[in-house]
Every structure is written in C-alpha cells, then in structure tokens.
Write a protein that binds this ligand. Structure first.
Ligand code: NDP
Length: 488
C-alpha cells in the first residue's frame, strides 16, 4: 500500500465537489428605464420602443428604441457630416481617441461585463476574462495603426472610404462592436452601428464611453432596433456595410448591395471540425473540445461543433468527454462558477431544440449529463451526439447552441474530406503531436482559421474570417484595416 493510500483511510477525501453560490453583484450597473438613439452625439427620441430581457430569468431590463427608416437616415446624415473633419484629423490625433476608448473600457470593464452577462446570458467569467479584455485590446491595437497607415500599405495612399454601416449579432455584443468600430475609426471613417435586438445594452453604455472620451459628435452613431432597422441601414446612403450574423441574412444583404457600389464584408456562420488524432495528448484535447463547443453556450460562429475522432481512440475519447461534460456547471450567468450560461433568446432555444429533435429522429445517439436547469429563463443542457452520419442535419447545419456532433475517421485524408464537407469554411482545430501533420492539415482544410492543439483563441493582431458560406473579408490584424481604406 502506498503512503497516499494509507492516509486515505484516515483523512476523508471529498468525493463530491459542490460549489457554494458565488453571485456577482449587479449594483455596479445603473440601468435607465428607457434608452433612445445615439445620433450626432445626442440622445434622439424614437417613436417606438421594445423591451429587452434578461435571458437568465426573462425579467425585463429596459425599454429600447426601435429606429425607423427616418431615424437611420438621420444617423447616416450625422455620420456624413462628421466625416470631413474626422477623416482630416492627423492619424496621431485619431489614435488618441482610440487609446482613450481602450483605457475607459478597461477601467469600466466590470460594469460592462456584468451588463453583458445580464442582457446576453453568457457566464460572467467569460464576459470578464474574454469579452472585455479583448474589446479593449482591439481599440488599443487599432489605435496603434491610426498614424501608421502608410506603413500598413507601403507605396499606396490609403484613404478612408466614408460612412460605414455596421450590423452586429448577439453572441459577442461588445466584442463585435469593437471588431467593427476600432478599424473603421482608425482608418478615418465614421460609423452607424446597429446592435442585435436581444443585446443592445452594452452598445448603449458604450455611447457613454464615447462621451467620456470626448469623441466628436456624429463619428459613431448607434441605432437600436430589429431586423427592419438593419435592412434600412443596408439600403441607406452608406459607403460600406460590415455584417456579422446568419448566412441567410448575409445572402439577403449581398443581393441588396449588389450593383450599388457599396463595399461589403460578411462574417457568417460556421460548422467547424475539431479533428482528434490518436497521438494527441488526450486530456488536453478533451479540454479544448469542451471549450470549443460549450464556450458561450455554443453561440459562437467558429465553435468546434463537429468532433472528428480517429477510430482507434474513439472509445477512450468519448468516455473522457462525457466524464468532463458531467462536471460542467450550468446555471446563473452571474455566478462566478458557472461554465454554461443561459441561451440568448426564446427563438434561439426553439431553433436548438428543433435541430436536436432532428438529430434524434435521424438516428443519432444523444447524451446529456444529469444537470438541473433553472425553472425560469432559457436553458439547454450540454449535449453530445454520437453515431452521426455526414448527411444528418446536425452534421451539416449550424446549431449555434451547446450541441456537439461526433463523427469518426481512419486516415488524415478522410479527416480532411469530412472536415471540408459542409457549406461553411470558418474555422477548424487539429489535435496531434506531429508538427508536420498540423502543417499538412492546415494547408488542406478549407477554413479561415485553423487552430492546432488549442481552440477558440483570439487576438486583435490575428485576422479572422471565412470561405464559402462563412462569408468574405477579414476582421482583425492588418487585414482588418483593408475593408476600411481606399488604396490609390
Ligand atoms: P441574424 O443574422 O438575423 O442577426 C444578425 C444581425 O442582423 C442582427 O443585428 C439582426 O437584427 C440583423 N438583421 C436581421 N435581419 C436583417 C436584415 N434583413 N437586414 C439587415 N440586418 C438584419 O441572426 P439571428 O439572430 O436571427 O440568428 C439566427 C441564426 O444565425 C442563429 O441560429 C445562428 O445559427 C446564426 N448566427 C450566426 C452568427 C455568427 O456570428 N456567425 C451570429 C448570430 C446568429 P436583429 O437582432 O434585430 O434581428
């Protein structure tokens, strides 16, 4: 008997780890009863309003303006008026504003993180440790480019393009705002931003950051509303549309923009393959696979929603995966121990449920660890499907929820073929000890981002974007400036 085994007889070793509640206080967030439209540096009253909810308990948080077509035109006119002065500012002056915004976001990060989790449902540890640091880092990064554009594009003369209309989704509300606004301003453009209907509150709080940073009026305008507001922005007098969201809406926007001369970038859906070879460090890989799909409840365009496992390690891999899933804590997004928070909206919950039902009907085998879901609010247990065929809807369509589909392969060639066999091409992951195999796979995978022995890593210096139905154009890094400049 070893020393440790001897001691176990005498000192009780806990077999069951339960966590005491660790709620984050919401006192730091001061919500208004009603929010209007941020146009030309002022709050402009809208005619209609809608209620924004907290998905964790369906409680109303605030009334938010529904911008009409006329409101959108007002916002675009304000951005147009602000453009000449803003674009003529020396880059070093523009960068001062961006640095200020970055610093203020970092200073107010706790307030923003709490509001993000309250309005969107993501776990506070994610909004605190991922969304907010990255949002601030994007402004820092692009602040650095504002006075170096001629070095970014050597021997060319980069000029701003004008007014950018930017439409963002609900999965990373503040982070997507930063991805869009920071490069646009750095390059000297002005902006009209439309946040998603279900998560407008951090964008509205961001207007207060702009006030603190003393950004000239009209350089950034924020119009809230539903899809109609987005459509009005697409049809308005903007010079460019930057869109992140579903492939269907992306296609519709592309049709409307065709022939107008407006620039367009689309960052759409994905169905990433996380590819696990038999020589990979299995425990480490399982952590990456869990993070790849259950991070932000799977509301991630680049989520590793398909797991391709090499047949020789299928059994131990699935066993470890299920064991790890059973330790995930699902519940209140504002509890600091929560791993999987609330589903963003009733509509999204219905979409996830319908696709999971389709998976069961088609013959896949479902596993959900035992977990008690809160009664109020929108919830879905972490789910894995095994016995999945390539043709099943759960292997082809973006579920955008905490649902993983597992397929198997024998050879690297088969892994590549299966990984590329979806309409999407946004991201992929490769888990193997062999560097040469990583490089071989990265070359063959039709995906904008390929992670090796890690997943869901983001950095402002690194471009992000897709192939095929995942869209076109890149955000982040030097490439992220390109859609916002005209090169002569
Ligand atoms: P949408 O594509 O509808 O939403 C993205 C943004 O576009 C939102 O601001 C939305 O406004 C706006 N919008 C909606 N209709 C139009 C339109 N006709 N013209 C211009 N803008 C418009 O995504 P959903 O929220 O409906 O989600 C549906 C599915 O899309 C999800 O299940 C998921 O699969 C996928 N999705 C993918 C994302 C990604 O990052 N790749 C992000 C979000 C969703 P509003 O919110 O007010 O409807």
């Amino acid at each position: 008997m070893t020393d440790v085994e001897k001691r176990q007889d005498r000192s009780p070793v806990p077999t069951d780890w339960t966590y005491a509640p660790a709620p984050e206080s919401t006192d730091i967030v001061k919500l208004q009863d009603r929010y209007e439209l941020f146009i030309g540096g002022k709050w402009i009253e809208a005619k209609e309003h809608f209620t924004t909810l907290s998905p964790r308990d369906e409680s109303p948080l605030a009334e938010v303006a529904q911008a009409s077509e006329a409101d959108v035109h007002k916002a675009v006119a304000a951005a147009r008026e602000a453009f000449p002065a803003w674009s003529k500012l020396p880059g070093s002056e523009r960068s001062k504003y961006l640095f200020r915004i970055a610093r203020i976001l970092a200073e107010r990060s706790r307030e923003f993180a709490v509001l993000e989790s309250l309005n969107g449902g993501k776990p506070i540890k994610e909004s605190r440790d991922v969304d907010l640091p990255l949002a601030s880092a994007h402004f820092f990064y692009y602040a650095g480019w504002a006075d170096k554009l001629e070095y970014a594009f050597p021997n060319r003369k980069p000029k701003p393009i004008g007014v950018a209309g930017q439409i963002i989704p609900w999965n990373f509300p503040l982070l997507m705002l930063s991805w869009k606004i920071a490069p646009a301003l750095a390059a000297g453009n002005t902006v009209v931003l439309k946040p998603a209907e279900t998560t407008p509150l951090t964008a509205l709080l961001f207007a207060d950051v702009l006030r603190q940073a003393e950004l000239p009026p009209g350089v950034v305008n924020i119009v809230t509303g539903d899809g109609r507001t987005g459509a009005a922005l697409v049809d308005s007098d903007v010079d460019k549309i930057a869109f992140t969201g579903s492939t269907d809406v992306g296609k519709a926007i592309q049709r409307r923009v065709a022939g107008t001369g407006k620039r367009l970038t689309l960052e759409l859906g994905g169905k990433a393959a996380n590819i696990l070879f038999d020589d990979a460090a299995l425990d480490q890989a399982v952590e990456g696979i869990i993070n790849g799909i259950y991070f932000n409840q799977g509301h991630v365009c680049c989520a590793g929603s398909r797991l391709l496992v090499q047949e020789s390690i299928y059994e131990p891999a699935i066993e470890k995966l299920k064991k790890r899933m059973a330790t995930l804590r699902v519940g209140d997004p504002l509890d600091k121990n929560t791993d999987v928070g609330a589903i963003n909206s009733r509509e999204q919950l219905d979409r996830i449920t319908a696709l999971v039902e389709a998976g069961k009907d088609e013959g896949a085998e479902i596993y959900q660890p035992p977990c008690k879901l809160p009664e109020k609010g929108y919830w879905f247990a972490p789910t894995v499907f095994t016995n999945v065929a390539q043709s099943y809807r759960i292997a082809q369509e973006e579920i955008f929820g905490p649902v993983l589909s597992v397929l198997t392969f024998r050879t690297p060639e088969e892994a590549v073929e299966k990984a590329n066999n979806t309409p999407y091409g946004l991201s992929a992951g490769v888990w193997t000890e062999k560097g040469s195999r990583i490089l071989w796979m990265a070359n063959k995978l039709r995906a904008g981002v390929v992670w090796a022995n890690t997943f869901n890593r983001f950095d402002p210096t690194s471009p992000f974007g897709g192939y095929k139905e995942s869209g076109f154009g890149r955000e982040g890094g030097l490439h992220g400036l390109l859609p916002y400049v005209e090169l002569t």
